[in-house]
Design a protein around this ligand. Structure first.
Ligand code: GRF
Length: 210
């Protein structure tokens, strides 16, 4: 059975989508902990309501990134994780931390990577005049929003879109692709070769707009 620890900074809707998919499809998995770096992260409430152990590790209480990441690592490993799921976790991680969880830490990013790493992806997609936008689930490697891509989803950019309308459309697809990527992982179907991730047996790693 796989153990999942998730890291969040805010709302936690992606974590909730993964948890609900696990229940609905009876995945062979345990959610051993959820950690927030913001004491007021809304997602803590959901985790508590379903009996998942939670912890707050506030980055402001640490004098350096290394010290914060060290505390984070200790808590993740105390919960016990063979998969770390970053779900709206808004901190840049140190190389040592990333290396420790290499091949077993995933992130979701609200753009079609490698387009628009970093923040404000929806505003940037609109400013760039892109007609398609989307989301990416990837293994985490050194570099912000970099690492082997597990799957992506695409949404249209409508002529009247505001950043928040576009964000809402992308978020809907995030809630589809993140559970899918985690399910593949716990089924032992993901293989990483260099920067390429394949699913065995093969499946489309691209989810078109429904
Ligand atoms: C999502 O758009 C995710 O892609 C980004 O931050 C947002 C988190 O949303 N990294 P939530 O906390 O999962 O609701």
């Amino acid at each position: 059975m796989h153990s999942i620890v998730s890291l969040i900074s805010g709302r936690g809707s992606n974590f909730e989508a993964i948890y609900k998919a696990a229940k609905a499809k009876s995945w062979d998995v345990r959610f051993t902990g959820l950690i927030a770096n913001q004491p007021e992260a809304k997602g803590l409430e959901f985790a508590k309501s379903v009996g998942i152990p939670t912890a707050v590790i506030h980055h402001r209480s640490y004098s350096s990134r290394e010290a914060f990441d060290g505390a984070l690592m200790q808590q993740i490993d105390a919960f016990g994780a063979d998969l770390v799921v970053l779900a709206g976790f808004m901190r840049i991680l140190t190389p040592g931390f990333i290396q420790h969880y290499e091949g077993r830490m995933m992130n979701i990013h609200p753009s079609l990577l490698p387009r628009f790493p970093g923040l404000h992806t929806h505003e940037r997609a609109l400013e760039a005049g892109d007609r398609v936008h989307g989301a990416t689930v990837h293994f985490v490697s050194a570099g912000v929003d970099e690492g082997p891509i597990i799957c992506q989803s695409e949404v249209p950019v409508l002529p009247t879109d505001t950043p928040s309308e576009l964000a809402a459309r992308v978020l809907k697809t995030e809630h589809q692709i993140y559970p899918l990527a985690v399910e593949w992982f716990i089924q032992g179907r993901l293989q990483i070769a260099g920067n390429r991730v394949s699913v065995d047996p093969p499946e489309l790693q691209y989810i078109p707009f429904p």
